[in-house]
Each structure stands twice: as structure tokens, then as C-alpha cells.
Design a protein around this ligand. Structure first.
Ligand code: CFM
Ligand code: HCA
Length: 528
């Protein structure tokens, strides 16, 4: 039996029926590579997924430094999403509220009698103490259940204080994961913020970077490279980003989409509303960065820009050549498993490959089928959107409608101009025999560890202890532990250094957990 079946076979019939759709072992049949995704987790199973509030407040809105983001709910949600995601932000001219945690701290009486009064008071207090120009209100579960009208309170606050105040009904229970929250945040930002500014912009190659959250400083490293070439970055959504820059972002020539999952809705809506094309990019990995820079230069088609791009690539490569060779000699032949949210498991395969590391398992917490299969990711070609309504809706990708946004003829005409990367999903890049798992649970983590024996498992805080207890090297790919940046040329070397340190310091292999020698209860009694 193959590894996939060895794991699935241990489930009862009902769980088997569900999970078999979410686990794929890649074979040579390239035609038949589909997977079920973006569906409910099985109740009781230990999933790593988060909630709608996490996707909206934690991921998309949280990094906007000049917005005061107010969590309306009991204190736990605000507290646990306070400062855990390493989205770095520098204070420039405007405000920077990134270090703060603002919450209405709802109590029982607010749940019984309604929390709107408390929300109004919290806004008054925030205005008095911090004078923000923008307040973003994010709901947690109880708010939706009791029916507080946060949108009405936001509208009142706008009138009373002359500020921008936007409410997001991102109650945690909505949808099946963080993904619904991304969508809600995208719609609110598009409707209330993007395009509301008119600051003059001059330079020739103006881009926005969408889906770059500046974890460990990734966005700064990417921007450094782009600026060297001659691009002007108007706005980053939303790492080290600001409401002020978003207001003017509609003046860009091209949107670069780094994380497709959390922000593809804005890319599409900006295309429909402002005609800005978008390009799927990947600044994680040396080869991937080079490919992305060339795709960008091709998009603009200017020979000077192309030449400058090649000069910068050559210069950056020369600067890391020695380190690249050294770390490759240390890492070549190792194997890795990757399990992250909705885009990194694809991006990081490119970086691992730069150092000769093979990915044997990859999966996503909340990706949709297009992130895995890539079918409907045809960039900057939604030529004739039927609807000018820019409120985005989720369309489940349908393999039959691969060319949904275009006529077949138009597709044939354009297809050579579409960079290959742009419509590839995770599956297309995976080697025969490797495993793809959607919504990997802790049981499956343990089983695949035993069967595949990867040298490194790159994932998050919720499962890293499972890995360490199994004596496997774990690095957090959400937060980069305390390290970074991992993007671009310098970032690739930082990443390789961290992985090399881990592999050549195999401390977990020397740890004997107490329960291996005696039962923990006896050990405790003996100490007493
Ligand atoms: Fe996009 Fe992200 Fe990711 Fe994501 Fe996330 Fe994140 Fe992630 Mo954690 S936006 S989908 S919701 S790349 S917070 S910066 S690391 S799960 S793979
Ligand atoms: C989230 C945020 C998270 C969690 C990280 C982790 C992040 O999904 O709510 O599980 O290790 O990157 O901070 O994905």
C-alpha cells in the first residue's frame, strides 16, 4: 500500500469517505490531479485552522498601521490576536497603532442587553486618547449572535468625528476557516478605502504589492529589490501598509499578487473598477524571484527596464553566490514537509529547491481548489467582466469552465503572453510520489511523519510540539520563529542559514521524554 492509503485505512468508514477527498498522492497521471478543499473540518478532529475573525482582523486588516483596529467582543479574541503575527511596521509620518490591542472587552450584561453602547463608548475613548483618522471595527462571535448593528455605530462615528470608520461583520464562526474573513476584509477595504485619495503620483512603473504582510520584514526586502530596478511601490497590502497609501493605490500600473489566497478578491475588483491588471508573483526563492522580476519587465515590455532588471539580478546573485553554494552543499538531498495556510506551501517549495531540498508533503489549512490546481488563475485577462458590481463573490473554480472569463478564441490569442507561473497551483509543482493534504490534522501529521520521515517540517505553532515530540526539526513558517526576512535573494540565504543550523544541531533527537522511561504519574509521585 502507498502512504496515502496506509493513513486513510486507519479511519472509520465515515471519516475515510471525507478525508480521502482531501489527500492526494501525486502519480504520473497529470490529468487527474484534483482535490477537495474549502469545506468544513470534521468536528472533533484536531485541525490547525483558525476562524473568520482571524482572517479578517488578524491577517488582512491588522497590519494597517495608521488604522485603529477595534475588536468588538469579549477580551480573549483581541488578546490572543495581539502581536502574535510578526507583521513588522515602521513609524513614518503618520500614526502607528501596531503595538496596541484595542477591544471593547464585552461582559455578560453587554451580551444580555446588547453591546452597541459599549462600542460607542470605546470609540469615544479611542478618539479622545489616540485621535485616529481611521477606525476599523471587527466583530467576534457573540456580536453576531446578539445582533449588534456595528455598521450603524460606524456610520454614526463617521458623522460625529469626521473620520473613516468601517465595520466588518467577521464573526469567528462564519465559514469554514480564516478564508471567509479575508473575503470580508477585501470587500470592506475596496468599498471604503481604495480609490478615495488623489495624491499625485509621477513615476513610470507604479506597482502595488498585494498579499505581502511583511512577516519578519519580507516586504521590505522585496521593496528594496523593486526600487533598485526602478519601480515605485505605491501601496503594500497590507504589510507595513497604511490606509493613506491604500487610498491612492488605484493609480498603479500593475498589481503584484504575492499571496493569492487572502487578497485575490481585491486584485479582481481593482481590475474591474480601475482596469489594473494583476500578475501572480513569488518573491520566495532565488529562481522564483528571478522569474517574477522577468515577468514584471515583460509585462511593461520596455527594453531599458528589461536591461536594468538583468543587471540587478546579476548583481544580487553575485553577492549571494558564495553563501548559496555553501548552504546548498549542506542541504542538498534533504527532504521537507510543508503545512501552512493558503499560499506559502507553494512559495516555499521553490526556495527549498534552490538548496536541493525535496518537498515530500505539502498542504494548506484553508486554500481553495484554485490554489492547489491552479486552473482558473488566468491573470490580467478578465477582459469583459459581465458585471460592474465590484462586490466580490466567491466562485468555486470549475474545471469545466477553465476559460470562464474569456472566450476560447481570446484565450488562444493571449495564452502565450501569460507567464506560466500565473496559472500554476501547488500540485503542478509537486514530484511524483509526494503527498498533498488539505486541512491536515494532528493524527495525519504523526502518521505521515512516521511514513515519510522528512528531515524538516515547516509549519506553525499549533503542531510544532507534535513534531518536536517526534524528534523532527520544526521551523515555523508563519512567523519565521524570531528570524527573517526570507524573501528575495538575501532572504533565501537567511532561510538556508536557519535550516542548516537546525539540521546540524539536532537537539530533539537527544531528548528522551519522561514518559518513555516511566509513567508521568509515577515520576510526579516520586518527586513528591
Ligand atoms: Fe496568505 Fe499569509 Fe498564507 Fe494567509 Fe495566514 Fe500568514 Fe499563512 Mo499564517 S495571508 S494564506 S491567512 S501567505 S497568517 S502571512 S503565515 S496562515 S500561508
Ligand atoms: C492565523 C494567524 C497565523 C497563525 C500562526 C500559527 C499566523 O491563522 O490566525 O498557527 O502558527 O501566521 O500568525 O496563521
Amino acid at each position: 500500500m502507498r502512504e496515502r492509503e496506509l493513513v486513510l485505512d486507519q479511519y472509520n468508514a465515515k471519516v475515510y469517505k471525507n478525508r480521502k477527498e482531501h489527500i492526494l498522492q501525486i502519480d504520473d497521471d497529470t490529468e487527474n490531479r484534483t482535490i477537495t478543499a474549502n469545506t468544513r473540518s470534521i468536528p472533533g478532529i484536531i485541525t490547525n485552522r483558525g476562524c473568520c475573525y482571524a482572517g479578517c482582523k488578524g491577517v488582512v486588516l491588522g497590519p494597517l498601521k495608521d488604522a485603529l483596529t477595534l475588536t468588538h467582543g469579549p477580551i480573549g479574541c483581541g488578546f490572543y490576536s495581539w502581536g502574535t503575527r510578526r507583521n513588522k511596521a515602521k513609524t513614518e509620518n503618520g500614526e502607528n497603532f501596531i503595538q496596541y490591542c484595542f477591544s471593547t472587552d464585552m461582559q455578560e450584561p453587554d451580551i444580555v442587553f446588547g453591546g452597541e453602547t459599549k462600542l460607542r463608548k470605546a470609540i469615544d475613548e479611542a478618539m479622545e486618547l489616540f485621535h485616529p483618522k481611521t477606525i476599523l471595527i471587527c466583530s467576534t462571535c457573540p456580536v453576531g449572535l446578539i445582533g449588534d448593528d456595528i455598521h450603524a455605530v460606524a456610520a454614526e462615528a463617521e458623522k460625529k468625528y469626521g473620520i473613516t470608520c468601517v465595520a466588518f461583520s467577521c464573526e469567528g464562526y462564519k465559514g469554514v476557516s480564516q478564508s471567509g474573513g479575508h473575503h470580508i476584509a477585501n470587500n470592506g477595504v475596496m468599498r471604503h478605502i481604495i480609490g478615495t485619495g488623489d495624491a499625485p503620483v509621477s513615476k513610470k512603473y507604479k506597482v502595488n504589492i498585494l498579499g505581502e504582510y511583511n512577516i519578519g520584514g519580507d516586504g521590505w526586502e522585496t521593496e528594496r529589490i523593486l526600487k533598485r530596478i526602478g519601480y515605485e511601490v505605491l501601496a503594500v497590502l497590507t504589510g507595513d501598509g497604511s490606509v493613506e497609501s491604500l487610498r491612492n493605490s488605484h493609480q498603479a500600473d500593475l498589481n503584484l499578487v504575492m499571496c493569492h489566497r487572502s487578497i485575490n478578491y481585491i486584485a479582481e475588483m481593482m481590475h474591474t473598477k480601475y482596469g489594473i491588471h494583476w500578475l501572480k508573483v513569488n518573491f520566495i526563492g532565488i529562481e522564483a524571484t528571478i522569474q517574477t522580476l522577468r515577468d514584471m519587465a515583460d509585462y511593461f515590455g520596455d527594453s531599458e527596464l528589461k536591461q536594468r532588471t538583468e543587471e540587478v539580478i546579476a548583481d544580487e546573485l553575485a553577492a549571494i553566490a558564495e553563501a548559496h553554494t555553501y548552504f546548498r552543499s549542506k542541504l542538498e538531498g534533504k527532504t521537507a514537509a510543508l503545512y501552512v495556510g493558503g499560499s506559502r506551501s507553494h512559495h516555499y517549495q521553490a526556495l527549498l529547491a534552490d538548496f536541493g531540498i525535496t518537498t515530500v508533503l505539502a498542504g494548506y489549512e484553508f486554500a481553495h481548489r484554485d490554489d492547489y490546481e491552479g486552473r482558473d488563475m488566468l491573470p490580467f485577462i478578465k477582459e469583459d467582466a459581465d458585471s460592474k458590481n465590484i462586490e466580490s463573490i466567491t466562485v468555486e473554480p470549475d474545471p469545466e469552465k477553465f476559460h470562464a472569463f474569456l472566450s476560447k478564441e481570446k484565450y488562444e490569442e493571449l495564452k502565450d503572453k501569460i507567464p506560466l507561473n500565473s496559472y500554476k497551483g501547488l500540485i503542478q509543482d509537486m514530484k511524483s510520489g509526494s503527498i498533498v493534504v488539505d486541512d491536515l490534522n494532528h493524527f495525519e501529521t504523526e502518521e505521515f511523519l512516521r511514513l515519510l520521515k522528512p528531515d524538516i517540517f515547516l509549519s506553525g505553532i499549533k503542531d510544532k510540539y507534535v513534531l518536536q515530540k517526534a524528534n523532527v526539526l520544526s521551523r515555523q513558517l508563519h512567523s519565521y520563529d524570531y528570524s527573517g526576512p526570507y524573501s528575495g535573494f538575501n532572504g533565501a540565504i537567511n532561510f538556508a542559514r536557519d535550516i542548516t543550523m537546525g539540521i546540524y544541531t539536532p537537539v530533539w533527537k537527544f531528548v528522551v521524554p519522561p514518559w518513555k522511561n516511566h509513567s508521568t504519574l509515577q515520576a510526579t509521585l516520586a518527586e513528591v
